[in-house]
Design a binder for this molecule. Structure first.
Ligand code: NAD
Ligand code: ZN
Length: 240
């Protein structure tokens, strides 16, 4: 009998179009803590209490201190073998769309050129007054909160709880999920919506769903193949 990994490898090999949805788990082996896993807490705050427009309105410096901590940690992190396997998939000549919930920028650093970022980018800032957006990789930032040239307070250009996702990115991601023959669901707890809705969208479009996660998730039930293990260990074997 073909084992699950063999089966998944064959699906990936035979598919002409593939999409991947990644979450914090793919960066865990790079030393970036997931939100729900151990080490995800900062000064005993939960992300749900910091990653919100209300928290920023009440205490922008506190929220920025948290982002400063994450930028420091993530700035030192390197892409791992899981990220690199997805970069090889993009380079393979197949139709490939990478959709990520991560804001860490590790997919681009691994060599993926087209990354659909559902939740924004930790390395970009946005002005809360004029809406201007710009890249800023400085660690640490000189002064918190940082400001825009217009004098307005800048925030991280990420999507917070309760905020809408960038419409264009979401639409393009849903199109890719619908058209894909295979959807890789990697290191996501699949509980944050609408990101997680890409899984049923792909399923309805006829895609085989391959889940790669160290644990069971709500997506496990709809997955056609469940590979239990770390992304950095499982993905290189899928993309050979
Ligand atoms: P999550 O923290 O809710 O879930 C992480 C998932 O990864 C879990 O299901 C866990 O079992 C799995 N996992 C842990 N280590 C793994 C490994 N080595 N290999 C494979 N799977 C592993 O993260 P989420 O689903 O991405 O959703 C939460 C939100 O957190 C997202 O909006 C995301 O933007 C944000 N977030 C991003 C980062 C980042 O950019 N790296 C880090 C933390 C949280
Ligand atoms: Zn401005």
């Amino acid at each position: 009998m073909e084992d699950e990994r063999e089966l998944a490898r064959r699906w990936v090999k035979e598919a002409k179009s593939i999409a991947a949805l990644t979450g914090a788990g793919i960066s865990a082996e790079s030393g970036v803590p997931t939100f729900r896993g151990e080490g995800g807490l900062w000064r005993n705050f939960r992300p749900e209490d910091l990653a919100t427009p209300e928290a920023f309105a009440t205490n922008p410096v506190l929220v920025w201190e948290w982002y400063q901590w994450r930028r420091e940690l993530i700035g030192k992190a390197e892409p791992n073998t899981g990220h690199k396997a997805l970069a090889r998939l993009e380079a393979s000549g197949k139709e490939f769309t990478l959709v990520t919930q991560n804001v860490d920028g590790l997919h681009e650093r691994a060599g993926n050129h087209r990354v659909r970022k559902l939740h924004g980018d930790l390395w970009r800032l946005r002005c809360t007054s004029c809406g201007a957006e710009w890249p800023d990789r400085r660690v640490p930032l000189a002064k918190l909160p940082p400001h825009c040239q217009c004098g307005g307070v800048a925030r991280p250009a990420v999507v917070w709880f309760g905020e809408p996702l960038p419409m264009e990115v979401l639409r393009a991601s849903a199109d890719a999920a619908e058209e894909a023959e295979v959807l890789l669901v990697v290191g996501t707890s699949a509980v944050v919506y609408p990101a997680a809705s890409l899984i049923p969208v792909a399923k309805r479009g006829g895609a085989k769903i391959i889940e790669i996660n160290t644990e069971e998730t709500p997506a496990s039930g709809v997955a056609d193949c469940r590979l239990r293990g770390a992304a950095g260990e499982v993905l290189p074997g899928l993309v050979t």
